[in-house]
Design a protein around this ligand. Structure first.
Ligand code: KIV
Ligand code: ZN
Length: 521
């Protein structure tokens, strides 16, 4: 009989630990809404004890998507962390407390410097306490793949007796290999079934040796009923198991695995692109399932075979992962109706009346400049427009700019708006973009430093749109700014301003948080 594998997405927790992948609350909620469309079973929304911002974001996610998706958040095996998790997720319909505690000798001795018995007792006490708050508690035996097997089992047995409803076995450092990890899961599953068959056995793999997907699939074959993954495999170091890879492997090789998931696979590509857009972290072109070339066939022999029958060289269709609805081509003559339909196909709400009109006018400007507007272009246009409208309060807006470039003295002059004020500035720099950045930074009076600047072409054809991603550092935090335009200098200025606006917005949110006095951390 086919087993249903529960999918927990931890992009917003493990994935977000990646340097530069930090999202603001609005972005996290937007991504969580897409995870809901993707039909993941559980969203791990963050690590609420880590900061007030994370606490607020987890709570907002629980409030906005917790009606139909189970929401969890991570805490260490201490009361204050568990309280923070509980307070942030309790509004969700199916909240789940997730506790993590080391299980390997290295963790016990080096991280905690306590006896094995004392660490085990910490885990039991944490689960007992969590159970006084909620019925569903997941316990993660951190670094399980390097743990002493009998100690690992004793820990699992004790926390199950204390009330844990899910046991998660992580390969925290990506050390396991498929046969060995499968064997570990088989042995644990056998004992767990005898102890309490109601408890769900879960796995969480990292990709340090490029084996996360293989290890997760091996665990599924050996009895795991739940998997933890991230979109695009984002996560600590080399990342986590990539959700799209495991889900499609189970789907394409269903006869072999005899397992399926609830994932709406036609939303996979859209989810991947949204994450790329929000984090600014690109997917490698040949990445399985979501890479730009994943369904491209360039060799003549392959193209010939495909024309005869798709199955000759295709094991799954691009449509199955949502590639068909991503292939809309609009022009300036497409009209409001086609535009609205295309925006809806991308999963966005185009709005009505004035809102729709504003969006449509921006589309027409782009279509005039670029002639053919692809799905990519539309996606970035709508996302950017929504970000700007949501955050238009007292933030900087680029009204006009001019640059002069030469090898003597590249110069930029520009006009910005902030609220009701119009501000003018100019600067010289090593090049026109450097001049713009220097001038904008001086006018904004924000001591930011540019950490990263990247420019990509985001669509095909000679009239491609440039997408600029930057990262700024401001008072020890990293902020991302993105923008796209057919003019890369304008996109650069806009991305820089968006980064500055993200820093400003974060400062405003932080002030509002401390003024509201609602946070109980
Ligand atoms: O890698 C890990 O061990 C984790 C746990 C919190 C599950 O992320
Ligand atoms: Zn992890």
């Amino acid at each position: 009989m086919k087993r249903n594998i529960i999918v927990l997405d931890t992009t917003l927790r493990d994935g977000e630990q990646v340097p530069g992948a930090k999202l603001n609350m609005q972005q996290k909620v937007e991504f969580a809404q897409q995870l809901k469309r993707l039909k993941v079973d559980i969203i791990e929304a963050g690590f609420p004890a880590s900061s007030q911002g994370d606490f607020q974001a987890v709570r907002e996610i629980a409030r906005t998507v917790g009606d139909s998706v189970s929401v969890t958040a991570l805490g260490r095996a201490v009361k204050s962390d568990i309280d923070a998790v509980y307070e942030s997720i309790r509004i969700a319909q199916q909240p789940l407390i997730h506790i993590v505690l080391g299980s390997s000798n290295i963790h016990v001795e080096k991280k905690f410097n306590r006896s094995k018995e004392a660490v085990l007792q910490m885990g039991v006490d944490a689960v007992r306490y969590a159970k006084t708050l909620l019925p569903q508690v997941q316990y993660s035996t951190e670094d399980a793949s390097r743990a002493d097997y009998e100690y690992l089992w004793t820990m699992i047995e004790s926390v199950v007796k204390a009330g844990a409803t899910i046991i998660n076995v992580p390969d925290t450092v990506g050390y396991a290999e498929p046969d060995e990890f499968g064997e570990l899961i088989r042995k644990l599953n056998e004992r767990l079934m005898n102890l309490n068959p109601e408890v769900l056995l879960s796995v969480h793999c990292h990709n340090d040796l490029g084996l996360a997907t293989a290890n997760t699939l091996s665990a599924i074959k050996n009895g795991a009923g739940k998997i933890e993954c991230t979109i695009n495999g984002l996560g600590e170091r080399a990342g986590n198991t990539s959700l799209e890879e495991v889900v499609m492997a189970l789907k394409v090789r269903e006869a072999r695995y005899q397992c399926g998931t609830n994932i709406q696979t036609t939303e996979l590509l859209r989810t991947s692109r949204l994450l790329t857009y929000l984090t600014g972290l690109d997917v490698q072109v040949n990445k399985a399932i979501t890479g730009e070339n994943a369904f491209a066939h360039s060799s003549g022999i392959h193209q010939d075979g495909l024309l005869k029958d798709k199955q000759v060289y295709e094991i799954m269709s691009p449509e199955e992962v949502g590639a068909d609805s991503m292939e809309l081509i609009l022009t300036a003559r497409s009209g409001r109706h086609a535009f609205k339909h295309a925006v809806q196909q991308l999963g966005f709400d185009p709005g009505e009346g004035e809102e729709l009109e504003q969006l449509f006018q921006r589309f027409l400007e782009l279509a005039d400049a670029k002639k053919e507007v692809y799905d990519h272009d539309l996606f970035y246009l709508v996302s950017e427009h929504r970000e700007q409208s949501a955050s238009s309060r007292q933030l900087f807006e680029l009204l006009s700019f001019q640059v002069v470039t030469n090898d003597e003295c590249p110069t930029a002059a520009f006009t910005l708006r902030k609220g009701d004020s119009v501000l003018r500035g100019s600067a010289v720099g090593d090049g026109p973009i450097d001049a713009l950045f220097r001038g904008i930074k001086a006018l904004a009076e924000l001591d930011v430093s540019l950490k990263h600047y990247k420019i990509n072409s985001i669509s095909r054809g000679t009239e491609a749109v440039g997408r600029v991603n930057i990262q700024l550092e401001y008072v020890g935090k990293t902020y991302a700014g993105r923008a796209m335009d057919t003019d890369i200098i304008k996109a650069s200025a806009q991305a820089f301003l968006n980064g500055i606006n993200a820093a400003l917005l974060d400062t405003v949110y932080a002030q509002e948080d401390s003024a509201s006095g609602e946070v109980m951390l």
